[in-house]
Design a binder for this molecule. Structure first.
Ligand code: SF4
Length: 166
């Protein structure tokens, strides 16, 4: 069952940093992330031209490219440093489509800059895990205070860097 508080971006933040998830849920956004977001969009658009392939989901998320003929969702990423987050974001999209009766869809994680592609499927165990993730995300989002900072290299490219570390 889908959770209205969850979307693909939040799933990815859940795997990156719980504090980021909490801040994002409160719609706190900062300019420092714009260049990263814009670069990500540019890579996506030059890999699969936007007007031909993107699909907007009802939760506001946009699939980079859905190959209807082969029933494959493509998610395009710049680097594979956050592969777990990308993987579960894509599994969530497969789960999302299945919940609307679109069955037997698989995924491909595309890293055009690295010339690398990862095949992704949604298993029964994944579906159980996604339910657990939904529960855990809900309890994180509902916390009164932001979760503790994590001190990682990638903090420097995070939209909330100034907020967390200035
Ligand atoms: S700067 Fe680091 S600690 Fe702060 S939200 Fe981003 S990833 Fe999390």
């Amino acid at each position: 069952m889908l959770n209205p508080k969850v979307n693909g971006t939040k799933i990815s933040y859940y795997f990156i940093c719980h504090r980021k998830l909490w801040l994002f849920d409160r719609q706190l956004q900062f300019e420092s992330d714009f260049s990263v977001v814009e670069e990500g969009k540019l890579i996506s658009e030059t890999t699969y031209p936007r007007e031909h392939h993107e699909i907007q989901l009802s939760d506001g998320a946009v699939l980079d490219f859905y190959d209807k003929q082969h029933k494959v969702v493509h998610e395009v990423k710049k680097s594979d440093k956050m592969e777990q987050a990308h993987l579960w974001q894509l599994k969530y999209y497969l789960y999302y489509l299945k919940s609307f009766g679109v069955e037997d869809v698989t995924g491909k994680l595309d890293y055009p800059k690295l010339k690398k592609t990862l095949d992704v499927v949604l298993t029964e165990d994944d579906e159980l895990k996604i339910q657990e993730i939904f529960d855990d995300m809900t309890s994180i989002i509902n916390q009164e205070k932001a979760p503790e900072r994590i001190n990682k290299k990638f903090c420097k490219t995070c939209a909330y860097y100034e907020f967390c570390w200035a």
